[in-house]
Ligand binder design. Sequence first.
Ligand SMILES: [Zn+2]
Length: 274
Amino acid sequence: MISQESARAKSAAVARRRAKLVGMPRHAGRYGAWHLFVLPALSDNYMYALRHAETGAVVLVDPGEMAPVVNWLGMQQCCLHTILLTHHHQDHIGAAAGLRDVYGCRILGSAQDRMRLPPLDYEAEVGECFFIEGERIAMLGVPGHTLGHVAYHLPDAGLLFSGDTLFSLGCGRLFEGTPEMMLESLEMLAALPDETMLCCGHEYTLANARFALAHDPENAALRARYEEAVALRARGLPTLPVPLHIEKAANPFLRTMGDVTRFAKLRALKDAFS
Ligand SMILES: [Zn+2]
């Protein structure tokens, strides 16, 4: 029989080994000129706030809920500058207009989807680059989850906001687009530099890992990412952002590149997976 103390020592040793394995959490930090903050919203959404290190200006991605943003801005004593929207689903845009009413910020989204987004102060075209506080931001067209879905890439800061297109160990459901469209979108994102940090719209990593492990049980990178995600969630931390090179090695949907039949089959299996 194992005494309580030796059981405790054993679980502490396991925790130490796991901590060594997974390293430091990456949930927030400095990326170029910006501090990145992950703000949980609704049941499993993430909003992302970038605070400029010098000016204090804040760029907010996909505000689905007002209260966490208002609370966070109050603590930070900084100014909401621009809201970026990836797609029209309510859990990504729900608080945008209300935040503009309160803080007088501007809302930026895709011109292509203007009729489904809150009234935009700035409409960017797919493929366009624009600047906020001197930071270059590219709007990438990534249809599949919705037809007007876009992602935002900050090449100098090394950040990618992928909304509901690419998740850690998964990808978005095809509500409007075709498998061909989604695969092309994922291929575009996977072609970004390896060290790019992926910031996606939901905390789906563990659920995605269960599906991924069932289909790719021998993948060591996937197993390591799963272990890391388990450790982070056990501490109540987000599993994001995550470097793109980890996703390229571990995400089963990124391992179907160039094979739309295989991608479509995998997506259908995931839709049916419980
Ligand atoms: Zn969505």
